[in-house]
Design a protein around this ligand. Structure first.
Ligand code: FAD
Length: 408
């Protein structure tokens, strides 16, 4: 393709959201150019859960078989109490796959990212590294690179993550600190055999101000752990929060299954957990926010990357619907249709994710009430995930009723 030709879309950021959007547009025959600031395309971190509302889209892209091979389709998702290790509730993920038609997978982040990257290469997406974007061109149909160059397109998609440049110029809000920190660790499965782990389940231990997640990755050859806790130093307003001494303290009262996992966490890096308040406008002229730039969530529903992939699919569907016989896209109409449906869905996910975190981290009598309610739950009751795992809505009228949790 001609590198001097103006693409239909410039996508700022080559994370999971940006690559997903580029692939979706390229599959519709549109020219997409991704500008990534890093010198190579890649992902840091370890595991990622991808629910049926995302595997449905991967299937449409022809990527599901490969995703299954690279990842794991666990049999169950099980929630335990982190203090006494008792089981609280579970989801039968085989039954869930029958219900929604698509699997619940867990994958290494870099495997999902590489899968999308290969899809982009095959679909002819222009993938440009070492290309940081510092701002938007005055009329909104272009971006200004850090080297001063201006690139133009019919539409600019800002998929530049939590610290989005475009969001800063249009919205100007700040990330919200949750005072929680995540430690991650991925290791050969042999390292955890003997630790009473569940190799065929996604497991979460929920406890007062902390939780601990475990699942196998890469066809069962690796094991992923995430330890999340509230930092006392963050609560006290100190800058040096989330260090490993706080990790150790946070899990001192946890059950043995959790205690055994803590020494295996990577201790040289950690993720302070921020989200942002939901915003109801993502489209500013010909610039659209997407992925974490639009709706960074706390990760308790495991829907951040999933929503980012949904965003790209919805945008591309509307671009295709608003295309004339000559091939020209009515971008104003396509962006309006995207704006009409996605912010409300993602607002629900962001606010529910915050509530979910509160529920997981309860202490005292409220923890007892939560545990009693979860133990009573019928394992075939899907009312709390139907609104998430069903087909992604293209129009507001297709958006299902949201599950309203019972206040504790
Ligand atoms: P990012 O991944 O942040 O990508 C942004 C990209 O843009 C990067 O490549 C960056 O280098 C580039 N960039 C940034 N600024 C510029 C610029 N100015 N110019 C050019 N390039 C730029 N989600 C799930 O769906 N399931 C899970 O199980 C899950 N678990 C999680 C666990 C933890 C502990 C955390 C922290 C998050 C989790 N998430 C999960 C959320 C998920 O990781 C994110 O929502 C998702 O990765 C966001 O993708 P993105 O492409 O929008 O943003």
């Amino acid at each position: 393709s001609d590198p001097d030709a103006i693409p239909d879309a410039i996508i700022v950021g080559g994370g999971i959201g940006g690559l997903g959007a580029a692939l979706a547009l390229a599959r519709k025959g549109l020219r997409a150019r991704v500008l990534e600031q890093a010198s190579t395309f890649g992902e840091v971190g370890a595991g990622l859960q991808i629910a049926p509302n995302c595997t449905r889209i991967l299937a449409e892209y022809g990527l599901l078989d490969e995703a299954r091979e690279l990842g794991v389709a666990p049999a169950d998702m099980i929630m335990f109490d982190a203090l006494d290790a008792s089981e609280l509730t579970r989801l039968d993920l085989r039954d869930l796959e029958r219900r929604y038609g698509f699997p619940y997978l867990v994958m290494h982040r870099s495997d999902l990212h590489a899968l999308l990257l290969r899809g982009c290469e095959r679909a002819g997406v222009e993938l440009v590294t070492d290309s940081r974007v510092d701002g938007l061109a005055g009329d909104g149909t272009g971006v200004i690179r850090a080297d001063g160059g201006v690139e133009r397109a019919d539409v600019v998609i800002a998929a530049d993550g939590l610290h989005s440049v475009a969001r800063a110029s249009f919205v100007g809000d700040a990330p919200v600190s949750s005072s929680y920190v995540a430690y991650r660790g991925a290791m050969p499965i042999e390292d955890v055999r003997g630790n009473d782990v569940h190799e065929d389940a996604v497991v979460v231990y929920v406890g007062p101000r902390c939780h601990f997640v475990q699942y196998a990755l890469r066809g069962g050859s690796m094991f992923n752990q995430v330890a999340v806790f509230e930092s006392p130093r963050a609560k006290a307003g100190q800058a040096d929060w989330g260090l490993p001494d706080e990790l150790d303290q946070a899990f001192e009262g946890a059950c043995e299954q959790v205690q055994r996992g803590i020494p295996l966490m990577w201790r040289d890096r950690f993720w302070r957990m921020f989200d942002r308040d939901p915003i109801d406008r993502w489209v500013f002229g010909r610039v659209a926010l997407l992925g974490d730039a639009a709706h960074p969530p706390l990760q308790y529903l495991a829907q951040g990357a999933v929503m980012a992939i949904e965003d790209g699919w919805v945008l591309a569907e509307h671009a295709a619907r608003n295309r004339s016989a000559s091939g020209a896209v009515d971008w104003d109409a396509a962006l309006a249709a995207y704006q009409a449906v996605r912010p409300e869905h993602c607002r629900r996910v962001q606010t529910t994710a915050r509530d979910w975190g509160d529920l997981w981290h309860l202490d005292g009598p409220r923890r007892d009430r939560r545990n009693a309610l979860l133990r009573d739950r019928d394992v075939r009751d899907y009312s709390f995930v139907d609104w998430l795992y069903g087909p992604t809505a293209l129009e507001p009228g297709q958006e299902p009723e949201m599950f309203k949790p019972i206040p504790l």
